[in-house]
Structure formats: C-alpha cells, structure tokens
Design a binder for this molecule. Structure first.
Ligand SMILES: [Zn+2]
Length: 284
C-alpha cells in the first residue's frame, strides 16, 4: 500500500494524538505504589494509587479540604475514584467524603454499615444512593485485589457491624493491611486499646513495615503490646496543627521513639507520600 505525503501527515497526527492520550491515562503511573497521608487538618484521609493507576481513598477528613488535596495528587482531568473506604462514621473521617461523592464518580464503597443518625450520616446515605455505586459492608477476610500486585485485606471488624449501634464507633473502625511485594502497610482508623488488644490476641500477622498510627496519636491507642506486634519501620500520624485534643500526645511520640520507630506527622510535615516498589521505599 502506498501512502501519499498527506496520508503520512495524517498518520503522524493520529499517532501523536494516540500517544498523548496514552500519556493522559498512564502519565501518572510508574509501576510503584503511592500512599499519600493527606494534610486535611484534624482527621484522616489517605489516598492510595496502585502501580496500574487504580485509586483508593481511605476516609475523607473533617471537611472539603480533601478535595483540594486530591487535586494536588490526582491528574486534573481525573474525576473518578475506584474505591472509597469509610473506616467509621465519625465526622473527622466522614465529612469530606460527602464532597468527594459530589465531585467524583466512585465505583465502589466499603464501610462498616454501623448505625448512624447524625445529619452528616443522613447526607452520606443520600449521596451514596445518588451515586449508585456498589456499597459493601466490611468484615474480616475480605480482600481487594487490584490486579497489579497490591492486595488490601480487611483485618477488622471480625464480624459484620451492619446496623449495629456501637457505644464507641472508634473501636469498630475498619483495620486494613496493604500488601505489595514484600512490603506492607497497616491502616488502623481510630481503634483504641480494646481493639488493638483483640487484634494482638487473635494471633493475626500484624507485623508490617509501615503503620498509620491509630486515632491521631491519642494516648488511648498505640499500646506497647500493639507496637511490639506491628514493629513498623516508620509510622504516620494524621492530626491537625494545634488541634484542641492535643493530638498526637507526647506519650505516644515518646513511645514510638522508645521503639526506635521514625514517625511523620501531617500537622507538622503536611501531606506525606510513601512510595513502595515491592522492596524499597521512599518517604517524602
Ligand atoms: Zn478520628
């Protein structure tokens, strides 16, 4: 087949356009796993991007700051998130997710399903039904496989808490373990000593490389026994600058230091990025 000069020009143009779109779709992926502990003030919001570019958001922080932060770590044209996880329905984890559901197309939601009648929860219920994505209740043993080597497993709650009215929602938080190659990260929501004890006693393999410190570094969590079992290389604390709860507490910071665990805090470090390639890591 012969091509005229004009055809070749057109082919070149089409090729360049295709390359441009491939760049748009894959421009942000680098075969590494990125975990961003977003600086959203006093609350949790963690954005995970897997090697193939799948996106997971764990909690949304206390307000719409999360939208600004997502804009900093996601491409501007990207208006969808594969999975949103709500560890428990307290405002400092849930409030920002209402804005997320309004702005982004969310394919799947994983949550505790705990009974919750605050106006915030009612808004969340409305947003979820408008979104129409798949909603799942989390409990022990569930796994999210992203097909690119990353696996997210639910370690807690041991039993489904759907419609349960827990006196302490913190202790019903979803606990997740992310595995990638030989590396692992533990996400603990706001669990306190009571749930930490249950996890340690369960005999589950809690030994990970990186720990999201539970409950913003409150002294009600992160016991010696729990740290002994988890023994992370580094820990991440999500708290707001000069928050009224005094999080993270000196007690917990000292405990981490005593265990020789290096820690990072969103209240002083801003958004922290953890990059994993399956063997090596980088924290920035
Ligand atoms: Zn919290």
């Amino acid at each position: 087949m012969m091509f005229s000069k004009r055809d070749l020009g057109l082919l070149g143009f089409l090729g360049a356009t295709a390359l441009f779109f491939i760049f748009l779709v894959h421009g942000q992926t680098d075969n590494k796993l990125h975990v961003y502990f977003l600086d959203v003030g006093q609350g949790d919001a963690i954005f995970v991007q897997t090697p193939s570019g799948q996106q997971i958001l764990i909690d949304g922080g206390p307000d719409n700051t999360v939208l600004q932060r997502l804009g900093e770590v996601m491409p501007f044209y990207d208006r969808s998130i594969d999975l949103v996880i709500l560890t428990h329905p307290d405002a400092d984890h849930l409030a920002g997710l209402n804005g997320v559901l309004e702005r982004y197309e969310v394919a799947k939601i994983l949550e505790t399903g705990m009974a919750c009648i605050t106006s915030l929860c009612l808004e969340w219920e409305e947003n979820k039904s408008r979104e129409g994505g798949q909603v799942q209740t989390a409990f022990f043993g569930q796994e999210v496989e992203t097909g690119d080597g990353a696996v997210l497993s639910v370690l807690y709650p041991f039993e489904n808490s759907f419609d349960k009215n827990l006196s302490k929602k913190n202790n019903g938080s979803i606990v997740l373990k992310l595995l990638f190659g030989s590396q692992s990260v533990l996400f603990t929501g706001d669990i306190e000593k009571q749930t930490e004890d249950k996890l340690v006693l369960s005999g589950l393999d809690l030994d990970v490389d990186f720990l999201k410190v539970a409950h913003h570094g409150s002294k009600t969590s992160t016991t010696d026994e729990f740290l002994k079992a988890v023994s992370p290389l580094a820990a991440f604390i999500q708290a707001g600058a000069k928050n009224r709860y005094g999080h993270p507490t000196t007690e917990i910071l000292e405990r981490l230091e005593n265990f020789g665990i290096k820690y990072y805090r969103t209240d002083t470090d801003g958004t922290i990025e953890l990059v994993l390639d399956g063997e090596n890591y980088l924290i920035k």
